[in-house]
Each structure stands twice: as structure tokens, then as C-alpha cells.
Design a protein around this ligand. Structure first.
Ligand code: FAD
Length: 508
């Protein structure tokens, strides 16, 4: 059944999300915000207390902020330290400068805090989150849980992680190197992620590489309540607790520490991308769609952006528009997978963002860190006249169709990023005809001083920003071959992949 016939009864669309990890829960919030009825099915009895990811990029922070998922990334300072013990640490990075992309900032936040905030918000929004609900079978318009419940839906989103059961049930394969060997990933392919509680001297709230002759691993301070995570290189999940406790003492150099082991997750660094991101009414997001080595911190951030990309398309509706989810997100996943592998193989270059190393980065094919974060470009039917990525090293947000909109501070302290509210037209200061047209077609519009320069248009030009903050269309100056309103209706139809009788042709 296609989307239009499904929704023709005028009822609220129902989406089931399989997997209540961070990506599933955030995607649920994005959909609930759009008025979609969401039902999350998670096999665990509660939110996973054991965080894997900490780094939230400025783009992810921006998306969470827009959705109202409130997490304080600022209390967890950035900064990476390295040394033989907690007593002897030096900063890893010599330079970690990033261009400002908007009001939200790069930060660090244990994944479980994002999950808890998302669950609380979903309940407030009236969405259903069922724990103890493992999905074991799928049909065209339903999923079945281990206890025999059949949950029907118009669409199903598989957010069930790297070993996705749904991906397997749908018969979708994966592409990529798979599990990476030990020489290239933080010194080991198999890691044991140990969550523990202890009194340890506090380094900056950040990631700390510890390496001495007795032990090596990566230590995170999870919170101020004494929770820590230690990633043990080549750690064996069957290691007795006493041995792990001793490794923590050895690595940190705190001989009298009494770590209380809370939980352990064995993990291996994997690089793979699903062959398709959509099959019928099913969509893959997050690690179910792509898994990348942790170097670069792209994994979770990519998953959050998947959900954000898919949510507005599901809410807007239409099969052709929904196809653009894969057309836009799969190339980003393939690109980020390659970038993570290159970064895993070139640690020194990864940890040092100094612009003077641009040539060395280029020689190994490493893009600037902001490109996988927010600098990539979409090329799909949901963008009118997309423009290719101009530069692999430097972030260029210049208003080109397919790119995230440029950020410009406004006199009232907001950013152009804050103006996006559904489809939004941002114009120069001599574009009343565009403002009138936007009013006629009932979308938000703003004339912004300085926008013409930022978005490479004239003062009578305009940029149509999609609900996800990406530029869908740009007109540098007023066209005379059609009315502004007609042009605007036409480009909206094109971005939404709708055929409208009498619509202007491609070159309008
Ligand atoms: C050591 C490490 C460090 C990392 N650091 C970063 C970082 O700094 N930044 C970053 O962006 N990424 C990082 N990542 C990657 C990040 O952790 C993952 O990309 C992210 O957790 C994926 O989220 P997800 O919701 O897609 O999948 P998951 O977190 O795996 O969640 C999937 C959920 O689905 C549930 N589930 C599975 N099967 C079923 C079923 N059949 N029915 C119902 N529920 C089911 C599971 O219980 C789980 O809760 C790191 C990963 C590791 C291992």
C-alpha cells in the first residue's frame, strides 16, 4: 500500500520503532514532534545504563536542542588527555579549533542521559515506549514480539543496533570491511567496555588514554557520582572481576582504588553499511544501517541525523520522498565509514586538527573533521539543483542546495538556524515578493540582513530551507519568467517529490 492511500482515511500515521537505544528514542521524539503516533519497542527492561558513546557533535546538539531533548553537554568538558597514569597527563591535541556552525556546541554527554531525557519527553508527548518487548518477526505492516503481541504500523523503523534482527529478517546484506583487525583500532580490535564506580582523582571530564608497562586502555569519567568507564584493550569478557579491578588500579596508578564493577560490554570495531536503507515500509537507522569504528565519533551522531532526516519525510509523506532517505543518508554513511577507517589507521593525524597538516591529511584521503559532521552535501530529488562538495578539508556552508544552511547571528541573539520552522524561506532585504509568496503558500519566511552575502544571493534572492535545516533550493535573484508564488509552489512540489498538474518544468 502506498503512503497516500494509507493516509487517505485522514487518520494519524502510526510508526513503530524497533529498538529503544539512543537513535530509536531520538527518532521517536522527532516523529512525535511532527504529530506522528510513535510506539517504541525495546527488548531491554529499561534504558541502557551503560553508555558507549559520549561525543555529541555540534550538529547533533543542534538537532537535540531543536527537538527539546535537553541534555547539558557543557558540564562534560571536552579535551583529551594521555599519559602513563592519572597523575601524569598531558593534552593529546595541540589544536582542536572548529568553525562555529550555530548556537549549539560540540560537547560530551554519556548516551544514557540522552536516552533518559528522550524517554521522559516521549511520555510527556503521549508516545508509547514499551520495554521488555523484543521483536522476533515482521510482516508487511506489523511486527511481532517474543511474547506474541502483534503491533501494526504504517511504517516500521529498525533502530535495533549493529546486529539488527530486523535487517536480517528483511534479508538486507551489508557492505564494508566488517570487523577491523587489532593493529588499527585504538591498539586492539576486541575491547571490553567496563562501567565501574570508584573514587579516583578527577582528570578533566574527558577521555583519557592511559598506557604504562602494566596496563593500557581508555578511561572516561561518566559523571560526578563516581561512575567511570574503562575500555580494556583486547579485554576478555570472561576476565574475573578481581583481575579487571587490578587492571584499573594498574592503568590509573591509584594502587588503593576499590572499583565496583557495574557492567561490561565486549565490543569490536566494525565498519559496515547496509546495502539498502529501505525495504517497503521498513527503514533502517543508526547502527542497524551503518557501523563505523569509534575514532572520529561519527556513529551515534550519524544515527541521530538519520532519524532527523527520515522524520520530516515520513510526516510529509509520499513514497518518492521517502526514497530520498536512502539516497541522502546512505552516501553519508559510506563516506563516514571510509573516513572512520582512515582515521583509525592514522591516529596522529586524527587527533591533531592543525590546518598546517592539511596536505598530510589529503595524502591519506582524510577529510576535515567537519565534513562528516555537517559539511556533506545531499544529492537527491528532494534538493533542487544540488551542488557538489567543493572542498574535502574545509567546511563550506554557503547556501548551496544540498548543504546545511549558513549560520548567521541575528541582532536579537538568535541564529538563522533558529529561524527554521518546517519549510522556511530566508531572503535578502529587498525580497518582498518572496515574503508575499511564502505567505500565500503558507510557509515561514524571514528577510535577514547579511543573508545575501552568507547565502551567495542578491538582496532580492531567496533560499528555501527544508525542515531538517538543509537547503532545498536557492534563487540568487528574482526570476521574471514566472510569478514568485508559482515558482515557490513548484519548488516545494519538486522537493516533496510530488507531481502537480500544470507544475513548471525542471528549468523554472
Ligand atoms: C566504545 C565506543 C565508543 C563510541 N563512541 C562514540 C562517540 O563518541 N560518538 C558517536 O557518535 N558514536 C560513538 N560510538 C557509536 C555509538 O555507540 C553507536 O553508534 C550508537 O550507540 C548506536 O545507537 P543505536 O541506537 O543505533 O544502536 P544501539 O545503541 O545498539 O541500540 C539498539 C537498541 O535496540 C535494542 N534491540 C535490539 N534488537 C531488538 C529487538 N529485536 N527488539 C527490540 N529491541 C531490540 C537493543 O536492546 C538496543 O537498546 C561508540 C561506540 C563504541 C562501541
Amino acid at each position: 500500500m502506498d503512503h497516500d492511500s494509507k493516509m487517505s482515511e485522514g487518520r494519524v500515521m502510526r510508526v513503530v520503532i524497533v529498538g529503544g537505544g539512543t537513535v530509536g528514542l531520538c527518532t521517536a521524539v522527532f516523529l512525535a514532534r511532527q504529530g506522528v503516533s510513535v510506539h517504541v519497542l525495546e527488548r531491554r527492561p529499561k534504558v541502557n545504563d551503560h553508555p558507549r558513546a559520549f561525543g555529541l557533535t555540534d550538529r547533533s546538539a543542534e538537532i537535540l536542542r531543536e527537538a527539546g531533548i535537553e541534555v547539558d553537554t557543557a558540564q562534560f568538558a571536552r579535551g583529551l588527555m594521555s599519559g602513563p597514569s592519572l597523575a601524569e597527563l598531558t593534552p593529546v591535541t595541540t589544536k582542536f579549533e572548529r568553525p562555529e556552525i550555530g548556537p549549539a556546541k560540540l560537547g560530551s554527554c554519556p548516551q544514557d542521559l540522552v536516552d533518559r531525557a528522550a524517554v521522559a519527553l516521549l511520555r510527556e508527548l503521549g508516545s508509547r515506549v514499551d520495554f521488555d518487548s523484543e521483536v522476533v518477526a515482521v510482516a508487511d505492516d506489523s511486527v511481532t514480539t517474543a511474547d506474541g503481541r502483534v503491533v501494526t504500523a504504517d511504517y516500521v523503523i529498525a533502530a535495533d543496533g549493529v546486529r539488527s534482527r530486523i535487517r536480517e529478517l528483511l534479508g538486507i546484506g551489508v557492505t564494508g570491511p566488517g570487523e577491523l583487525d587489532g593493529s588499527n583500532v585504538l591498539g586492539g580490535s576486541h575491547m571490553l567496555n567496563v562501567l565501574f564506580r570508584a573514587e579516583l582523582p578527577a582528570p578533566p571530564l574527558s577521555m583519557t588514554f592511559l598506557r604504562n608497562e602494566r596496563a593500557a586502555g581508555i578511561l572516561y569519567r561518566v559523571d560526578e557520582a563516581g561512575r567511570w568507564i574503562f575500555h580494556i584493550r583486547n579485554g576478555d569478557p570472561d576476565t574475573p572481576a578481581e583481575q579487571i579491578q587490578q587492571q584499573i588500579r594498574d592503568a590509573t596508578g591509584v594502587a588503593d582504588a576499590e572499583p565496583e564493577i557495574i557492567s561490561q560490554i565486549p565490543w569490536s570495531s566494525t565498519a559496515q553499511v547496509a546495502d539498502v536503507f529501505r525495504r517497503g515500509n521498513f527503514f533502517l537507522v543508526g547502527d542497524a544501517a551503518h557501523a563505523v569504528p569509534p575514532v572520529g565519533g561519527f556513529g551515534l551522531n550519524m544515527g541521530i541525523a538519520d532519524g532527523h532526516n527520515l522524520a520530516w519525510k515520513l510526516a510529509a509523506g509520499g513514497d518518492a520522498l521517502l526514497d530520498t532517505y536512502e539516497a541522502e543518508r546512505r552516501p553519508v554513511a559510506l563516506f563516514s565509514m571510509r573516513q572512520s577507517v582512515i582515521r583509525a589507521q592514522n591516529h596522529t593525524l586524527h587527533w591533531n586538527n592543525d590546518p598546517s597538516l592539511a596536505a598530510e591529511r589529503a595524502a591519506v584521503g582524510m577529510a576535515g573533521i567537519m565534513i562528516p559532521v555537517v559539511g556533506y552535501r545531499y544529492d537527491s530529488p528532494a534538493v533542487v539543483d544540488p551542488e557538489p562538495l567543493p572542498d574535502l578539508e574545509n567546511l563550506v556552508l554557503d547556501g548551496a542546495p544540498g548543504s546545511r544552511l549558513p549560520h548567521l547571528w541575528l541582532p536579537d541573539g538568535r541564529s538563522t538556524v533558529d529561524l527554521v520552522d518546517g519549510f522556511t524561506l530566508l531572503t535578502g532585504t529587498a525580497a518582498d515578493h518572496w515574503l508575499d509568496a511564502a505567505r500565500e503558500v503558507d510557509i515561514t519566511a524571514h528577510a535577514v540582513a547579511g543573508w545575501a552575502e552568507a547565502a551567495h544571493i542578491k538582496e532580492d534572492g531567496a533560499v528555501l530551507v527544508r525542515p531538517d535545516g538543509f537547503v532545498g533550493w536557492r534563487t540568487a535573484t528574482t526570476r521574471t519568467d514566472a510569478s514568485s508564488e508559482r515558482q515557490l509552489r513548484d519548488v516545494l512540489d519538486r522537493i516533496l517529490c510530488r507531481q502537480r498538474p500544470g507544475a513548471l518544468t525542471q528549468e523554472a
